[in-house]
Design a protein around this ligand. Structure first.
Ligand SMILES: [Zn+2]
Ligand SMILES: [Zn+2]
Length: 275
């Protein structure tokens, strides 16, 4: 890495920190409002020490990202295409779709017995908060960022990739990650069954992953979980309860789903998740 890029490292550190700190702060402020209190997915407090653990991990993530961004720019900056709207939209679309696939596959592997230890930091949160969006072990962060950079490098071989398209995706990713970890259901009750709700996730979708572990591995779309049989049957019902101010009070709690006969609904005690 040449010295110019090394000199830029503190700048990347500040930028990497700011693009994460701003959405987390906004998410935190919105999540403390009375309206947000009404729409909690899980009506439970955070675990003792959770925030401290997540804050420590977040500092590591900001540092790790700054180093990776510096190395990436040193190696690949010359291959970035000049701005054009079409190329930027294409870059954004490629990153969005590609990262959904990368995230689902790597996340599902990280839930195997052999690899879960690298993912355990993210599951310090059974009940999530905006800071959970930055709570990763260093190994998991390298996997996630490696996938992101890999997609950019792959795309560069076959199409023009613009800085605007990449940045737009990164900002969208951070904003949606904070939204998804807010434990607050902002989207209306009819959303889950709507065409948009079949394409895009909700905070309830990801809150269920943290509470139950085995299922809802997808990032911002429920499509892959639906196709691959890892979606929860009672997702729409839990979403509806959160919107009616009746969020769940127990971690392992299941709700009777329209798709499931009452006799098959597990009792809360038999489904309490463990790492
Ligand atoms: Zn999460
Ligand atoms: Zn997980």
């Amino acid at each position: 890495m040449d010295s110019l890029y090394l000199k830029m490292l503190p700048v990347f550190f500040v930028v990497s920190g700011l693009v994460k700190a701003v959405p987390v702060t906004v998410g935190w402020a919105l999540g403390r409002t009375r309206l947000a209190e009404r729409f909690r997915v899980y009506r439970r407090s955070l675990a003792p020490g959770q925030l401290r653990s997540e804050a420590r991990a977040a500092v590591g993530v900001v540092l790790c990202d700054a180093l990776l961004i510096t190395a990436f720019r040193a190696a690949f900056e010359r291959q970035i295409a000049p701005f054009s709207l079409g190329a930027s939209l294409l870059t954004f679309a490629w990153m969005f779709v590609g990262f959904e696939v990368w995230f689902y596959v790597s996340h599902r592997l990280l839930h195997t017995r052999a690899l879960y230890r690298f993912h355990a930091q993210h599951h310090v949160a059974q009940v999530t908060d905006p800071l959970t969006s930055l709570s990763f072990s260093m190994v998991e962060r390298l996997v996630l960022m490696g996938g992101g950079f890999g997609l950019v490098i792959l795309a560069m071989q076959v199409m023009p990739v613009t800085q605007v398209g990449i940045m737009a995706y990164i900002l969208t990713n951070y904003a949606l990650n904070v939204f998804g970890h807010g434990n607050t259901e902002w989207l209306p009750e009819r959303f889950v069954a709507s065409p948009a709700g079949r394409l895009f996730f909700t905070p309830t979708f990801h809150a269920l992953h943290h509470a139950r572990y085995q299922g809802h591995y997808g990032l911002f779309t429920p499509i892959l979980d639906r196709w691959l049989g890892t979606a929860f049957d009672d997702y729409a019902e839990v979403h509806g309860l959160a919107r009616r101010g009746l969020g769940l009070e127990r971690i392992g709690e299941r709700v009777r789903s329209a798709k499931q006969p009452a006799s098959l609904v597990p009792t809360p005690t038999s489904t309490t998740g463990t790492a």
